[in-house]
Design a protein around this ligand. Structure first.
Ligand code: ZN
Length: 107
């Protein structure tokens, strides 16, 4: 069997002030591992996608995005849940540039 890991391309945004590369704010386009690594993101996933986060296969889906995982969730992640997660991730406070604190441009 050939297992080809799904790669999520690195999503970064350049600070307009100091040109430091910063990770993009979390969204449904973020790898689950990126979302899971933050307290706020983890809380959102646990609240809406407990069927997924409690699944033993969740760990192997960590490098995928919610969008990629949804069709494989056997209906556990409905469009409604997906939209809710997208909305809540979008409402999280946006971090500024890690170097100079400048507000980062939207992707
Ligand atoms: Zn900066």
């Amino acid at each position: 069997m050939c297992f080809r890991p799904v790669t999520v391309k690195k999503r970064e945004v350049k600070c307009v002030k100091c040109e430091q590369m910063n990770p993009l704010p979390l969204s449904v386009e973020s790898a689950l591992s990126e979302i899971w690594a933050t307290e706020n993101g983890k809380a959102i996933l646990e609240k809406h996608c407990s069927a997924m986060t409690n699944d033993p296969r969740f760990k192997s889906a960590m490098n995928m995005t919610l969008k990629q995982v949804r069709p494989m969730s056997q209906g556990k992640i409905t469009q409604e849940i997906y939209d809710l997660v997208a909305k809540e991730l979008d409402q999280l406070p946006k971090a500024g540039c890690k170097n100079c604190g400048e507000v980062l441009p939207a992707a």
